[in-house]
Design a protein around this ligand. Structure first.
Ligand code: NDP
Length: 319
């Protein structure tokens, strides 16, 4: 067995780096796994790597770019002795003690690591449609995006679609009206899930048009993005529309598959902890968007990372 670490942190969003910072400053020499550097859907650094300006993270009066903030958090944690491995954790065994964490070593296969405590900060990812053309066009402009804030500017004087019927869909659509000439909200039902106030704002906006009872079955275009193929789920009617760009607002999925069967998850897959971020296994803590489906903010994730590290430190001291 290789060296047993005091703390292994899985995930490199605001929760992960803050947990690493606090654990490092407590002299616990934490080891943090940052994720798969090749994953364009969920790069190391998490969701903030896919945003541009963050204006609501306290301390940055004039805002800061998401990737820049994550870079600073990493450097700050490493300055105090946190060790980072840029690899993806592919398995955990929380039934054995010390806990076993298996990561993929690029390109040589897998390696096991051991820890007395584990802090899970695996975050959440945007839900995808998983239709043909998605893989080719996701992350391209023009193409398919899950971040209007990041890519909206590209679609000045163009026509875009937003898929979804929740608050995010309303918020993204309203935001996109600052750029696009027309925003189509494509929703699979004829009723929105969004709050009444957001619905009303969207209904009132002359640039927003609703396409009800409709799904996207695939995206068109090989050399150039050519919009989407749609289907009305009530009538069966199908047609193509040459949207210049498409935005997903389909909600989020917590990255918790690794823990199924070992830890308690709620019906949406979020990890269940107590108020002190303890999971049902003593020594295993969880923080950030893999736990929190209510606030989902960088600052709340960071706060939870701090809490989890303090809890881990206390738990180790008690052992
Ligand atoms: P939601 O889960 O609320 O909404 C997701 C939407 O995507 C739903 O309308 C759902 O349809 C649709 N959808 C999901 N999967 C598919 C699919 N495969 N095909 C087609 N449509 C699909 O997520 P949100 O991100 O909108 O919101 C998450 C939370 O954050 C909510 O609590 C929300 O209130 C909150 N929020 C608040 C904001 C605010 O107050 N300003 C802004 C943004 C979010 P269906 O309705 O049929 O299930």
């Amino acid at each position: 067995m290789s060296e047993v670490r005091n703390v292994i942190i899985i995930g490199s969003g605001p929760a992960g780096w803050t947990a690493a910072l606090y654990a490092a400053r407590a002299n616990l020499k934490p080891l943090l796994f940052s994720g798969d550097p090749e994953n364009k859907f969920m790069p190391p650094g998490g969701q903030l790597m896919m945003t541009t300006e963050i204006e609501n993270y306290p301390g940055f009066e004039h805002g800061i770019k998401g990737p820049e903030l994550m870079g600073i958090m990493r450097k700050q944690a490493e300055r105090f002795g946190a060790e980072t491995i840029d690899e993806l954790v592919v398995a955990v065994d929380l039934q054995q003690y010390p806990f076993q964490v298996t990561a993929t070593e690029y390109p040589d296969g897998q390696r096991d690591y051991y820890a007395r405590t584990v802090i899970i900060c695996t975050g959440a990812r945007p839900r995808m449609l998983q239709v043909p053309g998605e893989e080719a066009w996701f992350g391209k402009t023009p193409g398919v995006s899950s971040c209007a804030t990041c890519d909206g500017w590209y679609y000045r004087d163009k026509e875009v679609a937003v898929i979804g019927g929740g608050d995010s869909a309303m918020e993204e659509s309203l935001f996109l009206t600052h750029y696009a000439t027309r925003v189509y909200v494509i929703h699979r039902r004829d009723q929105l899930r969004a709050s009444k106030i957001m619905q009303e704002r969207a209904f009132k906006n002359p640039k927003i048009e609703f396409v009800w009872n409709t799904i996207v079955t695939h995206f068109n275009g090989s050399e150039k993005f050519e919009g989407a193929h749609l289907k009305n789920v009530k009538t069966g009617e199908e047609w193509d529309y040459p949207y210049d760009g498409v935005f997903y607002a389909l909600g989020h999925i917590p990255n918790t598959d690794l823990f199924k069967g070992q830890l308690d998850l709620d019906e949406q897959g979020y990890l269940i902890t107590d108020a002190r971020l303890r999971t049902k296994i003593p020594g295993v803590f969880a923080a950030g968007d893999c736990v929190d489906h209510i606030y989902r903010q960088a600052v709340t994730a960071a706060g939870m990372g701090c809490m989890a590290a303090i809890e881990a430190e206390r738990w180790l001291a008690e052992q």
